[in-house]
Design a binder for this molecule. Structure first.
Ligand SMILES: [Ca+2]
Ligand SMILES: [Ca+2]
Length: 288
């Protein structure tokens, strides 16, 4: 091999080694649904869906159905927030057939809240999942269930259940692990069902979970961090001005930084309209 060839090979190896572990969040699916029947009155199903790669989903749905003798009510909520490498999931459901006449007719309730995030890891990556989960009610037609799992979607580490409970109040989980490169789904759901026509005991059923999954991947630099130091402060002013006024000059002086971070006001343009938002962030620590 020529000397030049050797240098190219060494450079290529160095470049490869410099690629750090990262995660690509590809899609998410989240929903909540409730329904009730009290005697001949039916309410629902009412369902709210949210499909997006990232972002906050914060919704509650309720349902109730009553007639003169029979009734039930249900509630489901989800407050989940997907940011790069950090997935915060809070799911709660409950259903109550207590208004019915036990054992004589139908009072039923159903509530479910589900979270799914698909992601791909480019290298072996450490993770932590910490939080609580609980369920109450599983007898003669009442069902409560909570599950948190990581499913392999091809390659990588095999699927694993992080937490599962039915009729078990309030354990907690704090799991560390490593996921090999591959495609995965983080899935969590909580479910509560009552059917009072079979009921001799519980007339309510609840379940819930509140946990955060954290992947050990680099966090992106914040908006306005024009010198890629990880923080936005007065040291970014000169680079910000250059990024706005002289794009090619900025890319020459900061080849490893992202000029798009100058779009501090988030309108997909990098121009003078970003100056006041940048100044508030860099000088007053009032960042978007
Ligand atoms: Ca900076
Ligand atoms: Ca802008």
């Amino acid at each position: 091999m020529t000397r030049l060839g050797t240098m190219v090979t060494v450079l290529a190896l160095l470049t490869t080694r410099l690629v750090s572990a990262d995660v690509i969040e590809t899609s998410s699916s989240r929903f909540i649904v409730v329904m009730n029947q009290g005697g001949d009155v039916i309410d629902g199903p009412t369902q709210v869906d949210f499909a997006s790669t990232q972002g906050l989903f914060d919704e509650v749905v309720q349902s109730s159905a009553w007639n003169e003798f029979h009734g039930g009510s249900s509630e489901a909520l989800q407050d989940s927030d997907v940011t790069h490498g950090v997935y915060r999931v809070h799911l709660e459901v409950g259903t109550d057939a207590d208004g019915g006449t036990m054992g004589t007719d139908i009072a039923t309730g159903y509530a479910e809240s589900s979270f799914e995030l698909l992601f791909t890891l480019t290298e072996a990556t450490d993770f932590n999942i910490a939080g609580t989960y609980n369920s109450f009610g599983e007898i003669n037609g009442a069902v409560s269930e909570v599950e948190i799992r990581i499913d392999s979607l091809g390659g990588g580490t095999p699927s694993q259940v992080i937490a599962y409970a039915t009729d078990n109040c309030c354990p907690s989980t704090n799991v560390d692990g490593t996921l090999l490169p591959g495609a995965y789904a983080l899935r969590a759901h909580v479910l509560a069902i009552v059917d009072q026509s079979f009921m001799t005991s519980y007339t309510t059923s609840t379940s819930g979970t509140n946990f955060t999954m954290t992947l050990d991947v680099p966090q992106p630099n914040p908006l306005g961090d024009m010198n890629c130091s990880g923080v936005v402060n007065v040291d970014d002013v000169a680079a910000f001005v250059q990024a706005v006024l002289d794009p090619s000059g900025y890319e020459n002086t900061h080849p490893n930084c992202d000029r798009n971070l100058a779009d501090v006001n988030g309108d997909n343009l990098i121009d003078g309209a970003d100056v006041s938002a940048f100044s508030r962030c860099a000088l007053l620590a009032e960042c978007p």
